[in-house]
Design a protein around this ligand. Structure first.
Ligand SMILES: C[S@@+](CC[C@H](N)C(=O)[O-])C[C@H]1O[C@@H](n2cnc3c(N)ncnc32)[C@H](O)[C@@H]1O
Length: 308
């Protein structure tokens, strides 16, 4: 027994009480305002006090589309480059695509000569009344033709422009000059190593008709050619859409073409009513007109849309 009335066993109790006192002291200190202050200034607490970071999930291909009007299926580029001067368009295209030399220089090449006809011009509705009407009305300085084949409609428009008004028209003929799969079942073209030389026969027709100064082929797909024209700021007064006739091709051509139309310009095309591909062209034209608030003007087998 000691002075506190504890025995030896009481010594251990004494030690235990001391430990308890230290624990109480420390717990009091840790909850004191001073420690709270220290804790607040620590970087860990600062991070804890920030609102949680919101992670935005990127749209995945599996997410359902709720607003189709915001998808790339509808959103085409509507603003193109700074317009170049129309008198510079031909030089620009020659420089960009043909190393600055007209493709008609030293035409035709030896390899094509055996298969070319002096004049082999044919098309579909390529001389319809709509051409004379629009060339007379618009008096275009630059025409963009999407789908030229053997040049029938381009040559017809060049002839009309020459006879109806007094300035040089420049017609850009965009065509991959491949026709379409199976077109040789109907039209006999000699094929050499997979090439039917449609571009050369088109050029031969243009040369025979003396329009090498007015008509320039752009031998690419319509979409890639129009992307380039858009970037280079080449716009047209009159655009004829007559390339592939399925809905999706016509849809892309009409959308991209419209952005290349000068203010006051006119876009038109063939096969508005055709039953091919479930009226692919007609559906694309009607949908585009609805989307842009335009009025479709039918003219025989052709459709016409005017820039706003
Ligand atoms: C109906 S013909 C054009 C006829 C021409 N407008 C006429 O009336 O004399 C269609 C042409 O479009 C071309 N074509 C089809 N799809 C094309 C595409 N995606 N890009 C470039 N040319 C294409 C074909 O090679 C073909 O020569």
């Amino acid at each position: 027994m000691n002075m506190f009335g504890f025995s030896n066993g009481g010594k251990r109790s004494h030690g235990f009480l001391l430990l308890l006192a230290v624990v109480f002291f420390l717990s009091g200190f840790l909850t004191s305002p001073l420690v709270s202050l220290l804790k607040c200034s620590s970087p860990v607490k600062q991070l804890e006090s920030l609102p949680p970071i919101r992670i935005h999930k990127a749209a995945s291909a599996l997410d359902p589309i709720t607003d189709w009007s915001l998808t790339d299926l509808v959103l085409f580029r509507t603003k193109c480059g700074e317009p170049i001067r129309q008198e510079d368009a031909k030089t620009l295209l020659l420089n960009k695509v043909f190393d600055g030399i007209s493709p008609f220089v030293e035409f035709p090449p030896e390899l094509a000569k055996p298969y070319l006809r002096e004049k082999r011009i044919r098309g579909w509705g390529s001389t319809g009344a709509v051409f004379a009407r629009l060339v007379e009305e618009v008096k275009p300085k630059i025409i963009l033709e999407l789908g030229s084949y053997l040049g029938a409609s381009a040559i017809h428009m060049a002839t009309l422009a020459k006879s109806t008004f007094d300035h040089q028209v420049f017609i850009i003929c965009v065509d991959d000059f491949r026709g379409w799969p199976g077109f040789r079942d109907k039209f006999k073209f000699h094929q050499t190593n997979g090439d039917v030389q449609l571009l050369y026969q088109f050029m031969q027709n243009v040369q025979t008709m003396n329009f090498t100064g007015n008509i320039l082929p752009l031998p690419f797909s319509t979409t890639s050619a129009m992307s380039a024209l858009c970037e280079w700021g080449v716009y047209a007064d009159l655009i004829e859409v007559d390339a592939a006739h399925d809905f999706h091709s016509a849809w892309a051509d009409i959308n991209l073409g419209y952005s290349l139309l000068k203010p006051g310009g006119v876009m038109f095309g063939h096969d508005y009513y055709t039953k091919l591909d479930n009226r692919g062209v007609g559906r694309a034209v009607d949908l585009f007109a609805r989307l842009k608030g335009l009025r479709v003007e039918p003219d025989g087998q052709h459709w016409i849309l005017r820039s706003k």
